[in-house]
Design a binder for this molecule. Structure first.
Ligand code: DP6
Length: 348
């Protein structure tokens, strides 16, 4: 047991962008299909956790979001901590104060739940190691963090690793499973420095949350076909990532993005999260690709903003094109230039 009665743990954890989409889940945060994302570099949450030994119950004494009290998020985190206490008994005698700060604006189309719950899960694992005096090896530590992050938010379990990451059982991927994510190795150099410029067309709150969207998949008539398609697309995407086939890669990620939104439209009730500017941008990106022959494409999250995906060598051309032809569709001309990153980092 550690002798310190209090202390501070700090983790920085990035968000991620899914290329094969997790959409629909079963009981216990088990995905309906495997998904694949890459972890971002600039869009991160910095989470500081102050702990002290004291009460005989887990107790979140303070939760600050971007330095200010946030009762809604605070309640969500307190419920989560209570729910995981049976699998993290170390929490029983600890008081926590948490301050979670994002480098990117809330509702900007970047999954803040992925980075914030990723950071929280990592901090909890560090806390557990300290309280119990166990030193997990690195592989087990991140696996446990991914597992704990998944229980808070599915996509968060992919954020605890850098690079390309798979969540969900795939026979072809050793170590993969529904309970936690695994990093994908053997990535061709074409993809090692891949870029994601996020075109913010609207930063407003979504009409239908992702949780509701997942739930609606339970009654979607195309759900089983979708799960089958996702597995196929994932197999093809892994092949393209291994062999450096950029054109296949682009074709698959665009199909995935459009299928995600097709699932929303074919839910009951059906709904749209894309807006006219989303379609304008997609049309322009496709035309730019046809005109220049550059292997660039897009993906979409559960929202209207467009993630413009391209390899590093295309960066100068793409940046010029965005400035000239795309910022006019963005809210206050806002674009966040991000790229693949190395994953989370413990700061304290
Ligand atoms: C469209 O991970 O936010 O971004 O598990 O309910 O927290 P919960 O859902 P969440 O869903 C993300 C859906 C997605 C696709 C993806 O990230 O794979």
């Amino acid at each position: 047991m550690t002798t310190a009665n209090s202390g501070v743990i700090e983790w920085e954890c990035p968000s991620n962008i899914a290329l094969i989409k997790y959409w629909g889940k079963k009981e216990g945060q088990i995905p309906m299909n495997p998904s694949l994302s890459f972890t971002l570099s600039e869009s991160v949450t910095n989470l500081t956790m102050e702990y002290s030994y004291g009460r005989n119950q887990t107790f979140l004494t303070e939760f600050l979001f971007d330095g200010k009290p946030n009762p809604v998020f605070g309640r969500k985190i307190a419920d989560y901590l209570l729910a995981i206490t049976p699998i993290l008994p170390a929490l029983r005698h600890i008081n926590l104060k948490i301050n979670s700060v994002n480098t990117f604006p809330h509702s900007s189309g970047i999954a803040s739940s992925a980075s914030s719950f990723g950071a929280l899960a990592l901090a909890l694992c560090s806390l557990e190691n300290m309280v119990t005096g166990t030193e997990f090896n690195e592989v087990l530590f991140y696996k446990r963090a991914s597992y704990l992050a998944r229980l808070a938010s599915g996509s968060a379990c992919r954020s605890v690793f850098g690079g390309f990451v798979i969540w969900g059982l795939m026979d072809e991927v050793p170590g993969s499973g529904d309970e936690a994510a695994v990093p994908l190795t053997d990535i061709h150099r074409e993809f090692r420095d891949i870029r994601d410029s996020i075109l913010i067309v609207s930063s407003g709150t979504k009409a239908i949350s992702s949780s509701k969207g997942h739930e609606l998949m339970n009654r979607n008539p195309f759900a089983s076909t979708r799960a089958f398609q996702a597995v196929n697309n994932l197999k093809r995407l892994i092949t393209s990532l291994t062999n450096g086939e950029l054109n296949d890669f682009i074709e698959i990620i665009e199909t995935e993005a459009l299928t995600l939104h097709a699932m929303m439209m074919t839910s009951s009730p059906g709904y749209f999260l894309i807006i006219p500017q989303t379609l304008e941008i997609i049309g322009k990106i496709r035309k730019f690709r046809a005109d220049t022959g550059l292997p660039v494409g897009f993906t979409l999250d559960a929202g209207p903003n467009v993630h413009f995906i391209y390899p590093h060598p295309a960066e100068m051309d793409v940046r010029r094109f965005i400035e000239k032809d795309l910022t006019e569709y963005c809210e206050n001309s806002r674009v966040i230039h991000d790229k693949i990153g190395r994953g989370p980092e413990r700061k304290r």
